[in-house]
Design a binder for this molecule. Structure first.
Ligand SMILES: [Zn+2]
Length: 238
């Protein structure tokens, strides 16, 4: 189990911090002898996801080696993408929190700070590793949405059922049949896992249905009231 968690952690860490090759097929062409030939894939090396987000946040803050410093670079343009800024800040705060928890000192760049967390995680309890993995996956997911590698998950128009939360930030992943709350981090899936705090998607579904029924009833009664008020007014006017 522990080995798997560390392998998953290494993979997520890699996606977040290491440059990756991206291949895009370029299709076919017909040669002089009318043979169908495949064009070689177009290949580009992209920086790690965090760096890509950093480049959106600080468009001129890029260094020669393609990494982004954690400090805003003087003269950089005013950040214009609130989603990228929020994502970048949230990850910085979370990385700092993990460093405090692990008793580590932050490194110069966010990328090497994240890699440092991976190194330290190998000597931590498996519960802590799972927690870090869940969080790093969340960072990756956010980065992928900001950098447009992934479409944002559909929003659910219902408040989070977690009592202290109630935020309208439920997101659903239809392919995986999972949902989560972007505010409190609560998650739901078909397979309930109490140890990891994963609730039942069925229970969440019923909560949403109940909420919809409630708000339909509420809007209907507001509508009835409005109609009654109008009727009274026209009654008086007549
Ligand atoms: Zn919530």
């Amino acid at each position: 189990m522990t080995v798997d968690i560390m392998a998953d952690l290494a993979q997520v860490c890699d996606d977040l911090t290491n440059p990756r090759k991206h291949r895009e097929p370029r299709g076919h062409y017909w040669d002089a002898a009318r043979h169908r030939r495949t064009l070689p894939d177009h290949e580009v090396t992209l920086p790690g996801l965090i760096t890509q987000v950093g480049q959106i946040v600080y468009p001129s803050g890029q260094q020669d080696d393609g990494t982004c410093t954690m400090r805003p670079v003087p003269g950089s343009r005013i950040p214009g993408n609130p989603k990228a800024v929020t994502c970048y800040l949230e990850i910085h705060i979370a990385v700092t929190r993990w460093h405090v928890l692990f008793g580590l000192t932050l490194r110069d760049t966010i990328e090497s700070s994240i890699r440092q967390l991976l190194g330290k995680a190998s000597s931590e309890h498996s519960d802590t590793q799972v927690e870090l993995l869940d969080e790093m996956r969340r960072w990756r997911h956010q980065c992928e949405i900001v950098t447009r590698w992934r479409d944002p998950d559909p929003e659910l128009d219902a408040p989070c059922p977690v009592e202290q939360c109630g935020a309208r930030t439920l997101r659903v992943n239809l392919a995986k049949r999972t949902a989560r709350c972007n505010t409190c981090g609560a998650r739901w899936a078909e397979e309930v896992d109490e140890d990891r705090g994963i609730g039942s998607i069925g229970v969440l579904g019923r909560h949403i249905q109940a909420h919809r029924a409630e708000s339909t009833a509420a809007s209907r009664s507001a509508w009835d009231e409005e109609r009654a008020r109008k009727a009274r007014r026209t009654g008086r006017a007549a």
